[in-house]
Ligand binder design. Structure first.
Ligand code: FES
Length: 102
């Protein structure tokens, strides 16, 4: 089953299957609205806030999403699976690495 994933600020939406995480659905739809990094819950760049809708999550790094944030609807798009249409806000940002970061 496909779900409509909309952005709370009115930007473009994309569709995502029930068994697909939000980041995979976005990439498959050709959208670039959420930053893409490791795709496995480790880097935190795909952090989002789910404003409305039902979803499930799988284990994610507490370095990027605390228990309190998760309870408040904050999640990682690569660890989040929609169970209904969703509305969300993008919180994550791509970090520009410099040699000093390596
Ligand atoms: S892409 Fe790295 S945590 Fe989602």
């Amino acid at each position: 089953m496909k779900h409509d994933i909309k952005f709370a600020d009115g930007r473009k939406s994309f569709t995502c299957g029930s068994g697909q995480h939000l980041l995979a659905g976005m990439v498959q739809s050709g959208s670039k609205s959420i930053p893409v990094g490791c795709r496995s819950g480790g880097c935190g760049v795909c952090k989002v806030e789910i404003v409305t809708g039902r979803y499930t999550t799988v284990k994610m790094s507490r370095a990027h999403v605390s228990v309190e944030e998760q309870v408040a609807g904050i999640s990682l798009a690569c660890r989040t699976f929609p169970e209904s249409d969703l509305s969300l806000k993008v919180l994550g940002k791509i970090k520009n690495l410099t040699l000093g970061d390596v």
